[in-house]
Design a protein around this ligand. Structure first.
Ligand code: NAD
Length: 499
């Protein structure tokens, strides 16, 4: 792992005046509402920027539209387009230590998580989708004799890409790479708490002249900028990752403007079922713990409810608590740190409030339950890994997304009961189960209501496998060929052999 680049980051932050990028140039925003970004691990101010207002967003969308209609991007040869897409990945790889440093300063996750988990995938996704530029085929359709009917995959147009603060660069790259590979132009809007890596990426794309002007555009800001993008008639598609509530607002905005296409990756409350017959319980407990508390449990697919068969419940609970009590919170740049700071103050308060709710509801607090007061964590937004036992599915902590280091343990007696509890949620992003019974494994694959089901290994991800939820966890998929459906429109062409 390369060393963090803290001195470089300090200098860059002192000098940086880049906050709005469109049409191939850095612009002075008309919006003047300041947003102060805080380092969540120290409470220190990182930087302040003016949020883009609706007019700024509209200008960025207009630049993207004009670039889409020009020949500069759409009409590049496929080989050249693929090369440009790959170059973005290469530049991310080259600047991985810088970008990982900015990500950890802004988001509070450990530097190791940024550098080892987020950065390689942010780069590699460009290689993956560059490979698809000349492989996403249309079809010849078996219609009646005398006619030829075929389909063509065409870019949609201007794609507004709105991302949250938990994996700021990575989740943006999951969208930018397939959108550009299919010939679209993009306007990216990160969450205001975590804009730094995308500002730096825009600088690198600009300095290296990787893309023609207007193909990649960046606006900064919160709800106002996001809403302006979703309402803009110039935007043809929104790909959004964030909460279910905001997803609902975007559906309304799209409906009120131009019925733009939508991909929505929303909230989750993943259950993991642990049956008494599971093999190697220690490894399962380690995996569940890691899957839950890495990235300070600000992950949409994290296990939030562990459903444990009654006979192994005490052993499981005890082992999870033992691990949680040893977990070290603190400076994201210290090698000994295992859990960084929660990303922002409102969210930190929301998590602590859920812990209060859990106690009031009568769940049994097994460990954690408070902010971390150790010397290395005192000034930041650190919460001790928290585990509640004897949680009932009727409790709010079992039903609502907390999105922080709070794990609910629930008991079950039978498979039917476990499945009923697991599916009793508005969410359907991910679910998992551990059992040595092969027939049960296959049964659970069909019975669990989730877009991603992890059996005997929780949390598997690969570019070749679709990522996304069902129920109120989302519409559409990211990753794999499935993502490309969201960044293309299918045209059906009919030709009669004899006119
Ligand atoms: P959020 O919905 O508050 O914000 C997400 C983004 O939407 C931000 O960029 C925000 O500025 C913008 N936004 C806010 N109001 C808007 C509006 N009215 N119109 C358009 N954009 C608007 O979510 P968050 O708190 O940043 O992120 C946490 C949520 O994201 C959790 O619910 C988590 O489960 C979800 N998430 C889902 C996935 C997934 O793949 N399913 C991945 C990561 C996070």
């Amino acid at each position: 792992m390369e060393q963090p680049r803290l001195d470089w980051a300090r200098d860059w932050l002192n000098k940086n005046s880049h906050t709005l990028y469109y049409g191939g140039e850095w612009r002075k925003p008309e919006g003047s509402t300041p947003f102060t970004s805080i380092n969540p691990a120290t409470g220190a101010k990182l930087w302040e920027f003016p949020e883009s207002n609706a007019k700024d967003v509209e200008r960025a969308a207009a630049a993207a539209k004009s670039a889409f209609h020009s020949a500069a991007w759409r009409d590049l040869s496929r080989a050249e387009r693929a090369t440009r897409v790959k170059r973005i990945g290469a530049v991310i790889r080259e600047h991985a230590a810088e970008l990982a440093t900015l990500e950890s300063l802004d988001n509070g996750k450990t530097y190791a998580e940024s550098f080892v988990d987020d950065l390689p995938e942010s780069a590699d996704v460009f290689d993956y989708y560059a490979g698809w530029v000349d492989k996403f085929y249309g079809e010849t359709c078996p219609v009646e004799r005398g006619f030829l009917n075929y389909t063509v995959k065409e870019p949609i147009g201007v794609c507004g890409l709105i991302v949250p603060w938990n994996f700021p660069l990575l989740l943006a790259c999951w969208k930018i790479a397939p959108a550009l590979a299919m010939g679209n132009t993009v306007v990216v809007k990160p969450a205001p708490f975590t804009s730094l890596t995308l500002v730096r990426l825009a600088e690198l794309i600009h300095e290296r002249q990787i893309l023609p002007p207007g193909v990649f555009n960046l606006v900064l800001g919160g709800g106002e900028a996001g809403q302006a993008l979703s309402q803009s008639p110039l935007v043809d598609k929104i790909s959004f990752t964030g909460s279910t509530a905001t997803g609902g607002h975007i559906v309304q905005s799209a409906g009120k403007s131009n019925l733009k296409a939508l991909t929505l990756e929303l909230g989750g409350k993943a259950p993991v079922l642990c049956f008494a017959d599971l093999k190697n319980p220690d490894a399962v407990i380690q995996r569940i713990f890691q899957a839950t508390f890495s990235h300070k449990a600000e992950k949409c697919t994290e296990p939030a409810r562990i459903l444990i068969e009654e006979s192994i419940y005490d052993k499981f609970a005890h082992a999870l608590v033992e691990k949680a009590e040893k977990f070290r919170c603190g400076d994201p740049f210290a090698e000994s740190t295992q859990q960084g700071a929660q990303c922002q103050k409102d969210h930190f308060d929301k998590i602590l409030n859920y812990i209060r709710i859990g106690k009031d509801e009568g769940a049994k607090l097994l460990c954690g339950g408070e902010r971390d007061s150790s010397p290395s964590a005192q000034n930041g937004l650190f919460i001790r890994p928290t585990i509640f036992g004897n949680v009932k599915q009727s409790m709010r902590i079992a039903r609502e997304e907390i999105f922080g280091p709070v794990l609910c343990l629930q008991k079950f007696k039978t498979e039917d009961e476990a499945v009923q509890i697991a599916n009793d949620t508005i969410y359907g992003l991910a679910a998992g189960a551990y059992t040595a019974d092969n027939s049960r494994t296959h049964r659970l694959a069909t019975r669990l209501e989730a877009g991603m089901v992890f059996l005997n290994h929780y949390g598997c991800y690969h570019f070749a496998s679709p990522f996304g939820g069902i129920k109120q966890s989302g519409w559409g998929k990211e990753m794999a060929v499935h993502s490309l459906d969201g960044y293309t429109k299918t045209k059906s062409v009919w030709i009669r052999y004899e006119p």
